[in-house]
Design a protein around this ligand. Structure first.
Ligand SMILES: Cc1cc2nc3c(=O)[nH]c(=O)nc-3n(C[C@H](O)[C@H](O)[C@H](O)COP(=O)(O)OP(=O)(O)OC[C@H]3O[C@@H](n4cnc5c(N)ncnc54)[C@H](O)[C@@H]3O)c2cc1C
Length: 416
């Protein structure tokens, strides 16, 4: 017999656990189930500082069972297919689960295979990546062990989760080398498939100053396509203004790779996907474009915001309130404005806190402070304050809305 839940959530990551606990706090009697295959839950924003040697994987890891409230049913399996016309989801085990309302948030997929040779060499031969709990500690090992040479950092085409992460680890590595007095023994290069340091020119300009300060060479429109671990070579594809493609091969002593990313395959081939494969939702209400009892949030959706846990924090109450709106026959609301945030670790004691919303609007949460400045207070936030907010407020389903306003940044944006 098919089991049925009032609310079924796919994915027990940042978004899924937060939605379940937020919902439960609004209505303790509601019947909620989460489909989540993993026993471990990672605070992924911590991966950058693990790679930089300022945090540990243990600090960033919890058992999933300790995060899911006993009143919520945990279905320890993975979702495989959707039957939205029947309000059911099929699982890996072959079972089907029925729902009244469905929230889809399985995150995104890391496409390691799209870079030839990467899987074979990741985690050895000085090839590291902060994007997986399996390889993040190796980043720190590489940075510690290297005393001189060429260090490369790569960024694939957008969208990716935390678009600043590929360069954040580069600044932490450069600052480690500087603090050891060996920065001048390195050639550090950034290879970015995109055309600029950041999608928002206001922050891109400020980041170029950081790049210059460390003596980093930037290579834009360079997409990593292959790695040969034993030969220590990385091959990039470049495209000139006439659209001609060329390959460039570079020798390295260490390379930090950010893998290409896309929607999970089971989403891509489902009736919930848009043409690009993402869960097709309204960017403001987060309701599915076709199925009104389905919502999506987090990294898996089509919304054009920065894919960050900070975005998830603002999306959760919108999804929860809109589901209650449907239950109570009320109008659903346009509650999400595309907020996302990226604490850019520009050194081992400073962070530039980039906060923005749809259409590249700069929308800080704090008045008076110039968002382009590298500050110690945000380093404290990154290493202590934000993880605490994540584990103790956001995942536990508390609401703490700090307003983020374009007017706070107007003076600084006008200066540009
Ligand atoms: C290196 C790095 C640095 C980052 N830095 C920051 C930062 O500084 N600030 C910030 O705000 N964000 C940052 N992020 C991004 C942030 O971690 C993500 O945006 C956030 O975790 C997205 O939440 P989510 O719930 O959508 O996905 P996730 O948290 O990834 O959770 C998805 C869950 O779905 C589960 N799942 C997958 N497939 C299935 C399936 N078929 N069925 C059921 N469950 C499934 C997974 O097991 C997982 O538990 C960073 C990420 C990385 C990797």
């Amino acid at each position: 017999m098919t089991k049925k839940h009032t609310l079924l959530i796919i994915g027990g990551g940042a978004a899924g656990v937060s939605v379940a606990n937020n919902m439960r706090r609004q209505n303790a009697g509601i019947d909620i189930a989460i489909i989540e295959p993993s026993e471990k839950h990672y605070y992924q924003p911590g991966f950058t500082i693990i790679g930089g040697g300022a945090y540990t994987l243990k600090q960033a890891t919890r058992n999933e069972k300790d995060l899911i409230h006993p009143s919520v049913t945990w279905i320890k399996d993975h979702a495989e297919a959707f039957q939205p016309d029947d309000n059911t989801v099929s699982l890996g085990s072959g079972d089907k689960i029925a729902y009244d309302y469905l929230v889809v948030c399985p995150g995104l997929q890391l496409d390691w295979d799209k870079i030839k040779g990467l899987k074979e060499t990741l985690g050895k031969n000085n090839v590291c990546s902060n994007y997986s709990p399996d390889s993040v500690e190796y980043t720190w090992e590489c940075i510690q062990n290297l005393q001189s040479g060429t260090a490369l950092f790569t960024q694939p085409p957008m969208p990716i989760k935390c678009a600043g992460a590929p360069q954040k680890i580069m600044y932490l590595a450069a600052d480690r080398f500087r603090k050891k007095g060996i920065l001048d023994k390195f050639s550090i290069e950034f290879f970015n498939a995109g055309p600029a340091m950041f999608g928002i020119p206001f922050f891109a300009k400020a980041l170029m100053k950081v790049v210059v300060d460390y003596g980093i060479k930037t290579n834009f429109n360079h997409n990593l396509v292959a790695i040969d671990g034993s030969a220590h070579t990385a091959t990039f594809e470049t495209t000139d203004s006439d659209g001609n493609k060329q390959q460039v091969t570079k020798i390295y002593d260490m390379i930090h790779v950010t893998p290409p990313q896309s929607a999970p395959d089971f989403i891509k081939k489902s009736p919930l996907a848009n043409a690009a494969g993402w869960v097709d939702v309204n960017p403001k209400t987060l309701q599915h474009a076709k199925y009104s009892n389905i919502f999506g949030l987090g990294d898996a959706t089509s919304t054009p915001n920065a894919k960050t846990a900070a975005a998830v924090r603002k999306q959760v109450p919108v999804v929860v309130d809109n589901i209650f709106g449907l239950i109570n026959n009320k109008q659903i609301k346009d509650g999400y404005d595309g907020y996302g945030s990226c604490p850019l670790t520009t050194s081992l004691n400073t962070v530039m806190l980039a906060e923005f919303s749809y259409d590249g609007k700069v929308t800080p949460s704090f008045p008076l402070l110039d968002p382009r400045k590298n500050r110690f207070i945000w380093w404290w936030g990154k290493t202590t304050g934000f993880p605490w907010l994540y584990w103790h407020l956001m995942l536990k389903g508390y609401r703490f809305d700090i307003p983020h306003l374009e007017s706070y940044a107007k003076r600084f944006v006008d200066e540009e």
